[in-house]
Design a protein around this ligand. Structure first.
Ligand code: AMP
Ligand code: ZN
Length: 667
């Protein structure tokens, strides 16, 4: 037995090494055939001796594990997006802002390629990959560990002097040749082609069968570390360290000391990118020094210390065939251009967004015009201009509709708004269906067993007219419907029932009040605690809430004024949905930090960074990222940046160290 175990271990070591040589160094030292022989030997031994199972064995690369539901998990460190720009002018303005905030004009930048794929967060414990989460909404992502293990460029086991625990972020991409290969196979099989590498890469992460993922030529490039006490002082250091630990970190990154050099870097890649074996959609510029990064902090969405310069999208000319009008769940009417099909950056484009009536007028659009179409970062391309040499006839000018294409009600346009709306919010089928679809959506009630098409089906069958009706559905009403087998009916009813447990903030978001997105819904739920309190809040109270401006306040008040909405709330209440925050133990915690703006800095002995932030919030404090004159308090652990400290002292802000903070908790 001893011998078996040592053979298994030797095989694993050798396969890990060959894998590294092949995927990371691009220098394989054995043939694929010899590699397969070793791998098969290991597979045989592992199946004969299941007691020696290892979740990070090279055999896991082959896949086979099936994930039915990808579990959603919270990110230890939120995954922010990046502020982006298409203009060098704005990059310059950004740099000038940094100089001002940091009071320092020697800022160096780590300049990196912006890989165009799906972002991933990997967790390593004692040198082993233990978890892989997708970005999701940045706060929570989906656990795709089983699938990720099949990607050769992701080390299952690290080398060198890696920290005991850390997280690392990167991009899963599909290089062009792999993408084309996959499409050739699809074409041969008469299947529809994949549209672009990015969507195919991100779609791959959610395949249920990991052995299918293993067959896809995916790669992973790493670009940032997260964790405490990692022993790195700068972003560029971090890239080097990650490379030493066995990660694939492309060597295209440069450490640059001036904006001029940054612009040269951009100019170089603007053309050189066409020769890369994979797609990039821009350049990411990051403040290199981690202490400076910490000082700069984050906005709600993105770090202040980084900016993405995006390459201008490809522009193409095609002919306008017509304009259709779509109705959204809020009644907003969106004009959509129908185009003669063209290829842009590898995808076929037949439709383009026209935004609103003003846009159409500004373009003076006529049917049969030749128009410029641009496909930028967004999924839907847009029309950016008309070719003056090839115009349609004057009598074919596009005039915006004045009635709803769905329910024929007259359209209205609120003062100061660009959008037209269908005025019939309670009777317009598209709006009703759209509202219910929004309510059951993933970010809202996330009702299992019920999808958007079924909602439409149920509406047309006369079974639902509002989200409250979902909760009154009975099996005998559903069974006679098309495509409703017993099993799906049970799932649907069960899913609807379970959604009654969803917290108030989700219900509030699900109601689809105009301008009340996910973040605002959370904020309102936290501030007001219940739908009853929110319904009674006046304008003054609403706008005093963080993040809530005039526009949102007014929209919330208008929503509660409608009798139909008041009825809806009564019905939802009767059905037992959560219309107030669950009572938590923290309600009894004295709010000693009430309304205090608190900055957390450094690392702590008794708390994780997220943990201490949560603690501060339960005491009523509000976490802010950058030190400013508005900051009330700084809770500082080990290693608070000296510049941050200086700034705090200059502004006379109280600083509590961990001991003092613990003492405060005792009180
Ligand atoms: P966006 O999705 O436009 O907000 O851009 C942010 C995304 O860019 C991140 O979530 C990453 O997935 C991706 N990205 C690609 N390359 C890099 C890089 N070198 N550094 C940081 N983010 C990157
Ligand atoms: Zn309508």
């Amino acid at each position: 037995m001893e011998n078996i175990l040592s053979e298994i271990q030797a095989l694993r070591n050798s396969l890990h090494q060959h894998n590294y040589n092949y995927y990371i160094l691009d220098e394989p030292t054995i043939s694929d055939y010899d590699f397969d022989v070793l791998l098969q030997r290991l597979q045989t031994l592992e199946s004969q001796y299941p007691e020696y199972y290892d979740a990070n064995s090279p055999t896991q690369r082959v896949g086979g594990g099936v994930t039915k539901n990808f579990e959603t998990k919270k990110h230890r460190y939120p995954m922010y997006s990046l502020s982006n720009t298409y203009s060098k002018e704005e990059v310059l303005q950004w740099q000038e802002r940094l100089v001002k905030i940091l009071e320092h004009d020697q800022i160096s930048f780590s300049c990196e390629l912006k890989f165009d794929g799906a972002s991933i967060n990997l967790t390593y414990e004692n040198g082993k990959l233990v978890q892989a989460l997708t970005r999701g909404d940045g706060i929570e992502g989906d656990d795709v560990t089983t699938n990720i293990k099949t990607i050769g460029t992701i080390p299952l086991r690290l080398q060198g002097d890696y920290p005991d625990f850390f997280e690392i972020r990167g991009e899963i991409i599909l290089p062009w040749d792999g993408f084309h290969q996959m499409n050739e196979a699809r074409e041969a099989a008469g299947e529809p082609l994949y549209r672009n590498p990015r969507n195919t890469a991100s779609g791959s992460l959610k395949l249920q069968d990991s052995s299918l993922v293993a067959q896809r030529p995916l790669r992973c490039f790493l670009y940032s570390l997260a964790g405490e006490n990692l022993g790195v002082q700068s972003q560029f250091d971090a890239l080097g360290k990650a490379r030493q630990w066995g990660f694939k970190v492309p060597d295209s990154a440069r450490l640059l000391g001036t904006v001029e050099e940054v612009f040269e870097f951009i100019a170089h890649w603007e053309t050189a990118r066409k020769n890369l074996p994979y797609e990039i959609d821009g350049i990411v510029i990051k403040v290199n020094d981690l202490q400076q990064q910490e000082l700069l902090g984050f906005t709600a969405k993105a770090p202040r210390w980084a900016i993405a310069y995006k390459f201008k999208a490809e522009n193409i000319v095609t002919q306008l065939l017509g304009v259709q009008y779509q109705v959204g769940r809020t009644g907003a009417i969106t004009p959509v251009a129908q185009l003669e099909a063209v290829e842009i950056s590898g995808t076929t484009v037949k439709r383009a967004s026209l935004h609103n009536a003003d846009q159409i007028e500004k373009l003076d659009l006529r049917i049969k015009d030749w128009v410029y179409v641009e496909k930028g970062g967004e999924i839907i391309p847009k029309i950016t201009g008309v070719d003056p040499e090839r115009r349609g006839r004057l009598e074919d000018r596009v005039t915006f509709v004045d009635h709803c294409p769905d329910c024929s009600s007259p359209l209205e346009r609120l003062e100061g708004e660009a959008q037209h709306y269908c005025s019939n919010s309670s009777g317009c089928p598209t709006q009703i269906i759209g509202r219910i679809q929004h309510f059951i959506g993933r970010k809202a009630m996330d009702i299992e067993g019920l999808g958007g098409e079924t909602v439409a089906l149920l509406y047309h069958a006369g079974l639902i007219r509002s989200v409250a009706d979902l909760y009154a559905l009975r099996p005998e009403q559903l069974l006679p419907l098309e495509r409703m087998a017993e099993k799906s009916v049970t799932n649907l009813i069960e899913g609807v029932k379970q959604s009654k447990e969803k917290p108030f903030a989700k219900v509030l978001f699900g109601l689809g009040i105009r301008f009340v997105g996910e973040t605002v819904a959370k904020r309102l739920a936290k501030q007001f605690g219940s739908i009853a309190a929110l319904a009674q809040a006046d304008f003054e109270t609403l706008i005093q809430t963080e993040d809530i401006g005039d526009r949102i306040a007014k929209s919330v008040m208008d929503w509660f004024l409608l009798a139909a909405n008041q009825e809806l709330i009564q019905e939802l209440k009767a059905q037992g949905l959560q219309l107030e925050n669950a009572v938590q133990a923290e309600a009894t915690v004295p709010q000693i930090l009430e309304n205090k703006k608190v900055v957390v800095s450094g690392v702590f002995e008794h708390f994780s960074r997220e943990g201490i932030k949560e603690k501060i919030e339960t005491l009523g404090g509000q976490i802010v990222s950058g030190v400013s004159s508005k900051t009330d308090l700084i809770v500082a652990g080990e290693g608070m940046g000296p510049s941050k400290k200086q700034k705090a002292e200059k502004l006379g802000i109280q600083i509590l160290d961990e001991t003092a903070f613990l003492a405060l908790l005792k009180e």
